[in-house]
Write a protein that binds this ligand. Structure first.
Ligand code: FES
Length: 157
């Protein structure tokens, strides 16, 4: 069902774990299956003085595809500016993995949504303005998360 790259990232996940002193935390639920993800970011500055994702970790209660996509999404996000990280899509992640079975594409939404919510949380904690696009996405993600919480966990692999 899954290609070798997906299996490799699932079997040897990258950036999985906790970050107790994170600068921003994103928590999202998957509206399709009810699975949950936490993603933590530490923000630093690149040599040009721009804020970048200096470190990122995730924890998920999700399937093979959720773990593999989170691994690769966090790998892709590291070093990106906040603007670049906010612009990442789940299609970028799926493409990087060499594709997912169509029924599992919804799993790839978790990581990018959690990344956006972690950036949102960071900006909020800093008392900074939230870009309009991010505010809209955050509203959509919160609604999905509420719906996900009403879900059971079918957990189809
Ligand atoms: S994230 Fe729930 S089935 Fe994949």
């Amino acid at each position: 069902m899954y290609n070798q790259k997906v299996m490799d990232y699932f079997l040897k996940p990258i950036n999985m774990g906790d970050m107790p002193d994170a600068d921003g935390v994103g928590e999202v639920g998957n509206v399709v299956c009810g699975d949950v993800m936490h993603l933590f970011i530490r923000v630093g500055k690149n040599p040009a003085g721009k804020e970048v994702i200096a470190d990122v970790k995730f924890k998920t209660l999700g399937c093979v595809a959720a773990i593999a996509t989170s691994s690769i999404a966090t790998e892709l996000a590291k070093g990106k500016t906040l603007e670049q990280a906010m612009a990442m899509t789940n299609q970028d992640v799926v493409r990087e993995l060499g594709g997912l079975p169509p029924v599992k594409v919804h799993c790839s939404v978790l990581a990018v949504d959690a990344l956006k919510m972690a950036i949102y949380d960071y900006l909020k904690k800093q008392g900074r303005p939230i870009p309009e696009k991010l505010e809209k996405e955050a509203q959509r993600i919160r609604k999905d998360t509420e719906n996900a919480e009403a879900h059971t966990h079918p957990h189809v692999e």
